[in-house]
Design a protein. Structure first.
Length: 376
C-alpha cells in the first residue's frame, strides 16, 4: 500500500518513493463510471466526474459539526453491518465506505475524534476515489494520445470535493499543479505535462505502473457482504417475516442489495469461497446487470448529445477500464467489448480525419465546382 502521512492523499501523491503495494487492477463503482459518462462534453467522452447543483448544495449546506456526527454514525453502522471493529485489515482497507460523501470521508481522515485505523482507512479511501476518477480517462488518453481530458477529469474531481478539504494547502497545491498541466496541454495535448511534485495525475500514473490500482480484496468484500446479508436476514426473522431476494415476490420481505457497491456485488457473484446461496448470487447478478446497463445507457445518451463521433467509443473505453478484472468478469464484460470500442474509435476517428480533409479540399476548390468538381 502507499503510506499516507497527511490528512489527505495529496501528500502521498507528491512522491513515488512511498511503500508500494503489489495489488493490481483498476476499480471504481459502476455508478461513478455512469456519472463520468453522463458528464462528457463535445470535446471528450466520459472524462470527468461532475456533481449536480443539488448534490453540490447538499455537500455544502451542512455544518462541519453535522458532518462529523453523520460520519461517525454512518461509519459505525457500516462496521456493525460488516461485523468489524476496525475498517482496516493487515494495513489495507477492509470496509466498503463508498456510501460516505467526500466531506464525511475527509472529516474521518482529519479529525482526532476518530481512531488511528479509521483515519488511515479514510485516507486510503480518498486516494482510491482519486484513482477511480482517473482510471477511465487515463485509458482514453492511452488510446487517443491526448492527456487534456485526463487533466480535465482531475480538475473536475478536485473541484467536486468539500469546502473543508478545498481549504487545505494540499488541495491548493494539487489544484494548482493540475491547472499548470492544463496550460501546458493547450500547447501540446500529446505531451504529459511537467507540473511539479504536487501533480496528482503524474504521480497516479507512476504509482499505477509500480504497484497497480489501490483496491480492496474480493475475499474481504465477500466476508463483509456475507455479514451484512446475515444481519438483514436476522432482522427480518426477528420481525416474524420470511426473507426474499425477489423484489416483486408475493410473500416475504425483500433483502435489498442495491446499496452494495459494484465491487461488493461482484464478490457475491463470483463467490470464490462458496459463501452465498444461489438466490443471493442471482440477486447480486441482477443488481450488477442493472448497474452495468445504466453505465452503457448513460454513455450512449451523452454520446448522442455530443458532436464527437467517437464519444460513445470513448465512454465504453472509460467505463471498461474503470472496473477491476473481477468486476468485469462478474458483469460479463469481456475483453472483446474493449477491443470493439477501441476499433470503433479508430475507425470513427479516421473517417472524421478524412471528412475534415475532404471539407478543407472542397473549400479550397470551391471555384472548381465544389465537392462535385472534386469528386470528378
Amino acid at each position: 500500500m502507499v503510506a499516507i502521512t497527511a490528512a489527505t492523499y495529496y501528500s502521498a501523491y507528491s512522491t513515488t518513493s512511498s511503500n508500494q503495494a503489489t495489488s493490481a487492477g483498476q476499480t471504481t463503482a459502476m455508478s461513478a463510471s455512469a456519472a463520468g459518462a453522463a458528464s462528457s462534453s463535445t470535446t471528450s467522452a466520459a472524462t470527468s466526474i461532475t456533481l449536480s447543483d443539488a448534490a453540490k448544495a447538499a455537500l455544502g449546506e451542512r455544518s462541519y459539526a453535522s458532518v462529523l456526527v453523520d460520519a461517525r454514525e454512518k461509519l459505525t453502522a457500516l462496521l456493525e453491518a460488516a461485523g468489524r471493529k476496525s475498517p482496516l485489515q493487515n494495513g489495507e482497507l477492509a470496509l466498503d465506505v463508498s456510501s460516505l460523501d467526500s466531506r464525511e470521508i475527509y472529516a474521518i481522515a482529519s479529525d482526532s475524534t476518530f481512531t488511528a485505523d479509521e483515519r488511515e482507512a479514510a485516507k486510503l479511501e480518498m486516494q482510491r476515489r482519486m484513482e477511480a476518477a482517473l482510471a477511465g480517462p487515463l485509458a482514453i488518453a492511452r488510446v487517443t494520445g491526448s492527456y487534456t481530458n485526463l487533466y480535465t477529469a482531475a480538475a473536475s474531481f478536485l473541484d467536486s470535493l468539500g469546502p473543508e478539504e478545498k481549504a487545505s494547502d494540499d488541495w491548493k497545491a494539487a489544484r494548482a499543479a493540475v491547472t499548470e498541466g492544463l496550460k501546458q496541454l493547450d500547447k501540446d495535448p500529446k505531451a504529459l505535462p511537467e507540473a511539479g511534485e504536487n501533480d496528482p495525475v503524474a504521480t497516479y500514473i507512476d504509482l499505477l505502473e509500480t504497484r497497480g490500482a489501490l483496491d480492496q480484496s474480493m475475499a474481504t468484500l465477500a466476508t463483509n457482504a456475507r455479514a451484512a446479508i446475515d444481519k438483514r436476514i436476522a432482522e427480518i426473522h426477528a420481525a416474524g417475516r420470511v426473507p426474499s431476494f425477489k423484489a416483486n415476490a408475493a410473500a416475504g420481505t425483500y433483502v435489498d442489495l442495491s446499496g452494495l457497491s459494484s465491487r461488493s456485488l461482484s464478490a457475491i457473484v463470483l463467490d470464490e469461497e462458496g459463501q452465498f446461496s444461489s438466490q443471493e448470487v442471482a440477486a447480486a447478478k441482477a443488481q450488477l446487470r442493472s448497474k452495468s446497463s445504466a453505465v452503457l445507457m448513460a454513455g450512449l445518451k451523452s454520446a448522442g448529445q455530443s458532436s464527437d463521433p467517437t464519444a460513445f467509443s470513448q465512454n465504453v473505453i472509460s467505463a471498461f477500464s474503470s472496473l477491476s478484472p473481477e468486476e468485469r468478469q462478474a458483469a460479463g464484460w469481456s475483453d472483446k467489448l474493449y477491443e470493439a470500442a477501441v476499433a470503433n474509435y479508430s475507425t470513427s476517428n479516421k473517417l472524421l480525419e478524412m471528412f475534415n480533409q475532404l471539407s478543407s479540399n472542397t473549400s479550397a476548390n470551391s471555384s472548381s465546382g465544389g465537392l462535385v468538381g472534386l469528386l470528378g
